[in-house]
Design a protein around this ligand. Structure first.
Ligand code: GDP
Length: 300
């Protein structure tokens, strides 16, 4: 088994290749939940949903979120009724958020709610929230702290940010399921997800770093030169006090990783790093990168 640490875009692109090469039951994914939020009484867990929809083969891979060919009847009617949601949630996607909100209100752990939803979608891989308690990424701006979703989705990242903070009532602890998945794995892959908003929240859960130190760990950089392949990682890395590059990414992972992979086009020099084509512009490129990583792990 291999365990992946994932956000909602870069690592899912890699998982799209992995699912063609591995038995789905041999894949576990520990997913970032620090972008979760309640909206109109329903529970959004964007990264969990992306990973779950990928395995269920219903993901909208033109955006890497939401359900393919979804409709927006409820979103549009809510707007007419004066409920302006800043995220355009599709109708079927919303049904998942309604169900998860209800499960959580009835006292289920997020891990249990995720398992129930995955079972309904015939997902055979193990999709695991990093923690069962609430932790949220906020960016610090001149106007005060802002939920990451508000910064990125509502303001499209067009706000100057000075810092990144994680808010929680109690410090997040990795779930037993997440630690057991790592312990049962041949290796762990930190996919090319945002180091600040997707991977660091997972690494900050008590127990994760210690578990990773017991296993071979491969990490893939989401940067080429000083820019990420997509998304707001450059500004976030600077606000996090890190260089916006593969070198900055490596500085966050260095005590954990055995193999660090940077793109063949990358300009950063990192001693000992391996070069691969990491640009997954289509299914075939995801498959090629997945094959190369499996060769590194299993040596054949
Ligand atoms: P989010 O939850 O939607 O922010 O998604 P992730 O954190 O999982 O992924 C965002 C990161 O994926 C960005 O920093 C991108 O640079 C990176 N990314 C997206 N596509 C690719 C790709 O094809 N190759 C690599 N190396 N990184 C990618």
């Amino acid at each position: 088994m291999i365990t992946f640490l994932s956000g909602g875009t870069g690592t899912p692109k890699l998982l799209r290749g992995m699912q063609e090469l591995l038995d789905e039951r041999e894949i576990a994914v520990i997913v970032n939940t620090a972008e979760d939020m309640w909206l109109s009484g329903n529970h959004l867990s964007p990264d969990i949903d992306t990973v779950m929809y990928l395995f269920a083969d219903i993901l909208d891979t033109s955006r890497w979120w939401g359900i393919r060919d979804d409709t927006y009847i409820t979103h549009d009617l809510l707007a007419r009724l004066g409920i302006e949601e800043f995220i355009a949630v599709g109708d079927r996607d919303r049904a998942v958020h309604v169900a998860r909100g209800e499960m959580l209100r009835r006292g289920m752990r997020l891990t249990e709610a995720t398992a129930a939803l995955c079972a309904n979608f015939d997902v055979f891989s193990t999709v695991l929230p990093m923690t069962d308690s609430e932790v949220t990424t906020y960016v610090t701006t001149r106007r005060g702290d802002m939920h990451f979703q508000e910064y990125w989705v509502k303001h499209r990242g067009d706000v100057e940010i000075e810092g990144v903070v994680r808010r929680h009532k109690k410090p997040p602890v990795a779930t037993g399921e997440a630690i057991r998945a790592i312990d049962a794995s041949d290796a762990v892959v930190i996919g090319p997800s945002n180091p600040v908003t997707s991977i660091s929240p997972i690494l900050e859960c008590a127990g994760i770093r210690e578990a990773l130190k017991r296993k071979p760990v491969v990490a893939v950089s989401p940067f080429i030169g000083d820019a990420p392949v997509s998304g707001p990682a450059a500004a976030l890395m600077r606000a996090f006090g890190k260089e916006s590059s593969s070198a900055g990414t490596y500085s966050i992972y260095r005590d954990l990783v055995d193999i660090f992979i940077q793109d063949i086009r990358d300009t950063a020099t990192i001693d000992g790093a391996l070069r691969l084509d990491t640009l997954m512009t289509n299914r075939g490129k995801s498959l090629d990168l997945a094959k190369n990583i499996l060769t590194l792990i299993y040596g054949c």
